[in-house]
Design a protein around this ligand. Sequence first.
Ligand code: PNS
Length: 163
Amino acid sequence: MRRAIFPGSFDPPTNGHLDIIKRSLPLFDEIIIAVLNNPEKNPMFSVEERCAMLREILPEIEIGECRLMIDSFQGLTADFARRKEATAIVRGIRAISDYEYELRMALMNRRLEPEIETVFLMAAEEYSYVSSNLMKQVFMLGGRVEGLVPELVEERMREKINN
Ligand code: PNS
């Protein structure tokens, strides 16, 4: 059984996240999308809202044989991965600028849980500049983000700023 977690803030989920999920599906039997509960970071969406968005978006993608689950966690990613008996942590790399941060995290996670390997997948070029933070910033300032986040996410962001 090859079980992986794909941890992240997902505040909000982007098409870049979906691209990484799609690429990881053929590699594992089970993937847990692990949404970090990080209220101190003052997220736009609560962890429940982020999980709910993922739950609505994910059925739209062709998942094949892989079992895809959504969960949230607090504390260390490495602890969560061990508790879930995962053997891999999936992370997406967009550009060389991601590398240093990801390398530090991967090495620290390896030190914490030597049996769990971090697997890096390269995002599609068209999403190489897409991050949740950039999407929020552009959207809040009235810019267009269609094609970069799922339509449902755009709607939820619109609801947020109208409330
Ligand atoms: O989507 P993000 O914000 O880039 O995800 C970052 C995340 C959630 C993977 C990272 O912040 C994390 O693992 N946080 C949990 C706390 C932890 O394990 N910190 C040590 C990492 S070595």
